[in-house]
Design a protein around this ligand. Structure first.
Ligand code: 7RM
Length: 635
């Protein structure tokens, strides 16, 4: 029996039991058989959730790009590694073979070195979904530089915060990006951000849109001429298992975004192993994940997991609606995609357009469908299953997080019977637990609670960059000796898990995690705003949308409310990005508060969700009268 490739349900249970009974032995076997090590580990695992400190494969030496690229050159040199599908359907797709990827990464790595980047340096990557994004990530990893990819939809302020938090020395960007019929001037955003980033010495600029941009002498360099001169050979930097691989920022319920730090060996082993099993990838399959590499899904399941398995991974530059809502299906047909992995928000947006677009295309190549990012509702699940999968392709509803690095709860297709809206069973090696508010583990089935994980897995984030205390407080303090996910879940009669959503102040809008606090901070920057509270309300496409309650400094002032709404959203766009814009803004004379001055979001949430039948006890409020006013004027 191969532990590496699970094909039946009995095999799943067998391997699962083995992975839990003897995790060291189990992961050691996986690591030993399927990867290239420059030196083997001295110890498989040491951990302490109290400190917290987690180490996997300590003492081992490796380079992840040797595993993702070099070792395939003997057998897969001419196989497509990255299949790039441009925004414009009339621009040809680009098949980058493993051999070409090797050359591109080596050259890029040499350019990084020539600009003084070395092991341990942080490099911020702010690029659209073009091949250079994957190449620059791998180039950093090849020389041991720590990449911090920032999604190219974030604003200048959000970008500069992330650059400064990790002291990045370099930014890699492009002149512009294409998204549907729009183009965006990314370099201008970078210029703006860098006004407050004194630590950035150099900026590499990819030419994508040939738009007019400013180049700052001595700081900014066009990439292509540097690549043209670069040597196509670049030795790997030999890394320790626990050397940092990357930082990726994720929103928390309060304050600054958290720079989740992932390390090398455990991340590699876990993303590769989950990729193989969750998508049942077979040689010659074409796999497509529609996420952006700016999110963890793109890191783990466009770049590292697929390439570690020698897979063909599609990278799509555009959006699902351009030139029309049939684009995804056109691409599936064109490249004969076998595994397709997307988000519930995309499925709902496409479902809204009817089945016409789906039926126009031959989707018979599809074998496995995936979903990730937020709970998938029953209707969307069935639409996906019936119309895209024609009831033949199992849906893998994969639950995981930026912090977990890889997929944690998921069916294994063709082994685990699926159930709509259920992520089903823990993946191999994952030990979930449900806890009540008192911190007691709830055993048995048909129960719900807060979702925790009892035991470390190889790709858990090791810290929050520069703030280990916050890492401890956020994930390891709510429940003793447990990693707390921030999600609620229920477990059914056969032990399947259904993730019910966040139990903290994180709202998932179109699959993007947004903390309410930073958005409120932005709204409060508007000179007319006294105070604000933001909550989520159900939205048929986005999953959740944002509802803001805003009190103004001068209530008597008769300002144009619609104009004010626009200005508030403009401030949000500047501070965070357009993804955090408020769908509804209600002006109110006050916000309901507890006696200690805390805003009672619970009440505001219910009003926004139109669940006002039972608002709960409002008598302890400092200002109960405001609740009626807010209800009367609710949007
Ligand atoms: C991979 C990713 C993490 C949060 C997580 C959940 C939610 C993700 C699912 C899901 C229900 C799913 N990383 N979430 N996947 N909820 N079912 N299959 O999304 O850091 O950006 O978000 O997303 O709340 O805690 S993330």
């Amino acid at each position: 029996m191969s532990n590496y490739h699970i094909k039946h349900l009995e095999e799943y249970y067998q391997v699962y039991r083995k992975s839990v009974r003897n995790p060291d032995l189990f992961w050691e076997e996986v690591a030993e058989e399927h990867f290239l090590w420059r030196k083997k580990w001295d110890k498989v695992l040491s951990w302490d959730f109290k400190k917290p400190e987690i180490k996997w494969f300590e003492g081992a030496k490796l380079n992840i790009t040797e595993n993702c690229i070099d070792r395939h050159l003997t057998t897969r040199a001419n196989k497509t590694a990255i299949l790039f599908e441009p925004n414009n359907p009339n621009e040809p797709a680009l098949h980058i073979t493993y051999k070409e990827l090797h050359e591109r990464v080596c050259k890029f790595a040499n350019v990084l070195k020539s600009k003084g980047i070395g092991k341990g340096d942080r490099v911020c990557i702010y690029l659209p979904m073009i091949p250079e994004l994957a190449v620059s990530v791998l180039a950093c990893a090849r020389i041991g530089a720590i990449h911090s990819v920032v999604f190219a939809g974030f604003s200048a302020t959000a970008l500069s915060t992330r650059i400064n938090d990790c002291d990045a020395k370099m930014v890699i960007t492009s002149d512009g990006s294409y998204r549907g019929d729009k183009s965006i001037d990314l370099k201008c955003i970078v210029d703006d951000a860098l006004k407050s980033c004194p630590g950035v010495h150099s900026v590499l600029v990819v030419n994508r849109t040939s738009s007019e941009i400013q180049m700052k002498d001595g700081r900014d360099f066009w990439l292509q001429p540097l690549l043209d001169k670069a040597d196509a050979h670049c030795e790997i930097e030999i890394m320790d298992a626990e050397d940092p691989l990357f930082i990726l920022y994720t929103s928390g319920s309060t304050g600054m975004p958290k720079g989740m730090m992932h390390t090398t060996a455990g991340y590699m082993v876990y993303t590769a192993y989950t990729f193989k099993n969750v998508f049942q990838y077979k040689e010659n399959d074409v796999y497509w994940c529609t996420a952006d590499i700016g999110w963890i899904t793109g890191h783990s399941y466009i770049v590292y997991g697929p390439l570690a398995n020698g897979a063909t991974s599609v990278m799509f530059e555009g959006v699902p609606s351009y030139p029309d809502f049939g684009r995804f299906w056109e691409i599936v047909e064109k490249h004969k995609v076998n595994q397709f992995y997307t988000a519930p928000t995309a499925i709902r947006a496409l479902a809204k357009q009817g089945v016409g677009f789906v039926e126009k295309h031959d989707l018979s190549s599809l074998k496995v469908l995936g979903t990730v990012g937020e709970p998938i509702n029953e209707e969307a699940w069935h639409w996906y299953n019936d119309n895209v999968g024609k009831k033949k392709s199992p849906i893998v509803d994969t639950w995981w997080q930026t912090e977990t690095g890889g997929i944690m709860i998921t069916p294994i297709p063709f082994a685990t019977p699926t159930k709509p809206t259920y992520a089903t069973l823990p993946f191999i090696g994952i030990q979930p637990a449900l806890l009540d508010e008192q911190g007691n583990e709830i055993t048995g089935n048909q129960v719900d609670g807060r979702l925790c994980i009892k035991f470390p897995w190889p790709s858990i984030a090791r810290t929050i960059w520069g703030n280990h205390q916050r890492y401890k407080d956020t994930y390891f303090s709510a429940f003793e000796n447990m990693y707390f996910t921030g999600d609620g879940a229920l477990r059914d009669e056969v032990g399947y898990y259904r993730i019910t959503g966040r139990v903290d102040d994180v709202i998932i809008v179109s699959g993007h995690n947004l903390g309410t606090a930073p958005i409120e901070d932005a709204v409060n920057e508007h000179p007319a705003v006294a105070e604000s509270a933001i909550v989520g309300f159900p939205h048929d496409v986005k999953g959740f949308a944002l509802y803001g309650y805003v009190t103004l400094k001068e209530t008597g002032e008769s300002r144009d409310q619609d104009n004010l709404r626009k200005e508030i959203n403009q401030v949000i766009t500047e501070h965070i990005g357009p993804i955090a814009k408020l769908d509804k803004i209600q002006f109110t004379s006050g916000l309901p508060k507890t006696r200690s001055g805390k805003i009672m979001r619970r009440i505001l949430r219910k009003i926004a969700c139109k669940e006002t039948d039972n608002l709960g006890d409002t008598s302890t409020l400092l200002n109960p009268e405001v609740v009626q006013e807010i209800m009367d004027n609710a949007l």
